[in-house]
Design a protein around this ligand. Structure first.
Ligand code: DX5
Ligand code: ZN
Length: 331
């Protein structure tokens, strides 16, 4: 996992289709964060690639997330197969004719991230009706169908930054993906526009190119672009910087963790350096991503306060029951 902000999703469209599992393992070893799976049906786009069966066969090759990019006319019809194949996120196209909302709802009901992709010619406003169901907005900077095409700079500049607005309902974890023609030449611009995930295909599967160096270059340039454009030169914070939100006895920390996680924000619950309780067990820390700290404070300060009051009452009850002699701290 890279230090900075940008994540690299390797598109295997131009990988060695005769040895895909090997190429998947190789590109993850080279440092790519995820695998981008371009599924095409020769209807929605003029090309035919692989389906859920191939994805299922590739699943054991890596624990890295599988991002399926379905360039197919009827994703609803095939969705279960892609869910069963082990896709962690499924992005469909807003231009399809079948109803979109039910498909997005089914993806999320299966606990996966739901995304909408848009062709270069489609305005972002087309995603507006579905925004509350989105975890991913995938901005295509080439016409879907083939790898190795030229990057459309005008499309990038018109859409990448604005795409984030469609994810404003998510306190944490919404992702803008940029897909098509992303490489060492275009990474700084794409990062500067705030892309979270850069899909890189041909640049990683070009003979003679060192994959690890390409991954490092694209990620570093994207982070440089972000720092210069969005962060006034301050290096982007590592996405996974976690801060302590609460310190509570185990039986009170759990429910607060569950409540925060229902808001789509990941919480880490660890035995902390807090006080040892009368039951001999230390308090637990609840850690959340720094980027969600303001939201969590706003949403859960009252619940946190109530849990803290209950913790004091619980300790007092235990002490009274034990005759005020706290037992030795547990392991
Ligand atoms: C195109 C695909 C892209 C493409 C990216 O329809 O959705 O993912 O494979 O490949 P490059 O990086 O070569 O443009
Ligand atoms: Zn793609």
């Amino acid at each position: 996992m890279g230090e900075g902000r940008a994540r690299i999703a390797a598109s295997i469209l131009n990988a060695n289709l005769g040895n895909l599992a090997y190429d998947v393992r190789r590109v993850i070893r080279a440092g790519a964060d995820r695998i981008h799976l371009d599924v095409m049906d020769a209807q929605f786009v003029p090309n035919l690639t692989f389906g859920a069966g191939t994805i299922r066969a590739l699943r054991p090759a890596t624990k890295a997330p599988f991002d399926a990019h379905l360039m197919i006319a009827e994703p609803g019809r095939w969705l279960d197969a892609f869910l069963e194949a082990g896709c962690d996120s499924i992005t469909i196209h807003v231009e399809i004719t079948e109803p979109i909302e039910p498909v997005l709802r089914r993806i999320r009901a299966a606990g996966r991230a739901a995304g909408l992709a848009l062709r270069p010619g489609t305005p972002l406003s087309a995603l507006e009706p579905y925004r509350e169901l989105l975890d991913i907005v995938m901005v295509m900077t080439v016409e879907p169908g083939f790898g190795g095409q030229d990057f459309m700079r005008d499309v990038a500049e018109a859409k990448i930054l604005q795409a984030r607005d469609l994810l404003s309902h998510k306190p944490w974890g919404g992702e803008v993906h940029v897909d098509g023609g992303v490489n060492r030449e275009t990474a700084e611009l794409v990062g500067g526009l705030g892309a979270d995930v850069l899909v890189v295909g041909t640049a990683l599967f070009t003979k003679g190119r060192d994959q690890a160096r390409e991954v490092r270059l694209v990620r570093t340039l994207a982070d440089e672009g972000f720092a210069n454009e969005r962060n006034d030169g301050v290096p982007p914070r590592p996405r996974d910087e976690m801060v302590r939100f609460a310190q509570l006895p185990r039986h009170l920390a759990g429910p607060l963790r569950d409540a925060v996680e229902r808001g789509d924000v990941p919480v880490v619950m660890l035995r902390g350096d807090g006080q040892v309780n009368p039951d001999g067990v230390r308090d637990y820390d609840l850690l959340i991503p720094r980027s969600a700290e303001a939201w969590a404070r706003d949403q859960f300060s009252e619940a946190r306060e109530a849990a803290s009051v209950e913790a004091d009452a619980w300790r007092a009850r235990l002490l009274a029951a034990a005759g005020d002699t706290p037992p030795e701290p547990g392991t």
